[in-house]
Design a protein around this ligand. Structure first.
Ligand code: COA
Length: 255
């Protein structure tokens, strides 16, 4: 796994290009540690997650590693992946998946736990576990259901065929599709924009959407109201509203 900084943006790259960045236990743990560190680093205001090499974002959980697992080890492998991906989903700062190629199985699951997804027009995404006699185990059945609904989830998980980026966007699985040559620049542009936004408000949005995805409308609205009220205690809210009234650009500090 590689990490590099572009200003306030941290770029995390899954780095097993010879195995199309397949997620083995060591890679899952390295990602978990990298996101834990990024969460606590106030200098990091947005994260981009991508895969090394020209072909793949992540081509899935490591099939060679899974091949010999016992039922208990299989369950633990699922929990390991789910825990890491839940951490990403609950990150207090925006995480963008930059899908530079195949995002299959655990790769699509990894992309789906990010807050936003930008895909190259050459990318292919899918849940092909059925072809291995398996089902998604890193949250795929649940996050795909919430992102794209029952019909798309049942189709992708039961048929197992990858779909192209344009169809993935039409289904709501990815936010944007850009030409492969533009992917890095466009993703960095978006990440830099988010890195300049008010951090506590971004965190509020992420928390509200995470909570709202798992509760009824009444509790979700109540949570939103509490978060909205909390914003009035921040310097950034005073700065944002004052800057608007003074017709200048706001400078947000995360306080
Ligand atoms: N786990 C472990 N290794 C993987 C892998 C995975 N999920 N996906 C690819 N690899 C490895 C291949 O075994 C191969 O390794 P090798 O060179 O040591 O033999 C290397 O990555 C390159 O993959 P290859 O299959 O030769 O590339 P390709 O361009 O012909 O095909 C894919 C690309 C993505 C279509 C194909 O690799 C594939 O179907 N991968 C598995 C996808 C999948 O089922 N994911 C869900 C897993 S739960």
């Amino acid at each position: 796994m590689l990490s590099r900084r572009e200003g306030d943006v941290l770029v995390i790259t899954v780095n097993r290009p010879d195995k199309l960045n397949a997620l083995n236990a060591a890679t899952l743990d390295a990602l978990d540690a990298a996101f834990a560190e990024a969460a606590g680093d106030d200098g990091v205001r947005a994260v981009i997650l991508t895969g090394a090499g020209p072909k793949a974002f992540v081509a899935g959980a490591d099939i060679a590693e899974m091949n010999t697992l016992s039922p208990v080890q299989g369950r633990d492998f699922s929990l390991r992946g789910q825990r890491m991906m839940r951490r990403v989903e609950k990150m207090p700062k925006p995480v963008i998946a930059m899908i530079n190629g195949f995002a299959l199985g655990g790769g699509l699951e990894l992309a789906m736990c990010c807050h936003l997804r930008i895909a190259a027009d050459t990318a292919k995404v899918g849940q092909p576990e059925i072809n291995l006699g398996l089902i998604p185990g890193f949250g795929g059945t649940q996050r795909l259901l919430r992102l794209a609904g029952r019909a798309a989830t049942l189709e992708l998980c039961m048929v197992g065929a990858p779909i192209d980026a344009t169809r993935a966007a039409a289904l709501g699985i990815v936010n944007r599709v850009v030409a492969a040559a533009e992917l890095e620049a466009e993703t960095l542009k978006l990440a830099t924009q988010l890195a300049g936004a008010a951090p506590l408000a971004l965190r509020g949005v992420i928390d509200c959407v995470n909570v709202g995805g798992e509760c009824g409308i009444e509790e979700g609205l109540e949570y939103e109201t509490a978060q909205f009220g909390l914003m009035f205690s921040t310097d950034d809210m005073r700065e944002g509203t004052t800057a608007f009234l003074e017709r200048r650009k706001p400078a947000f500090k995360g306080s």
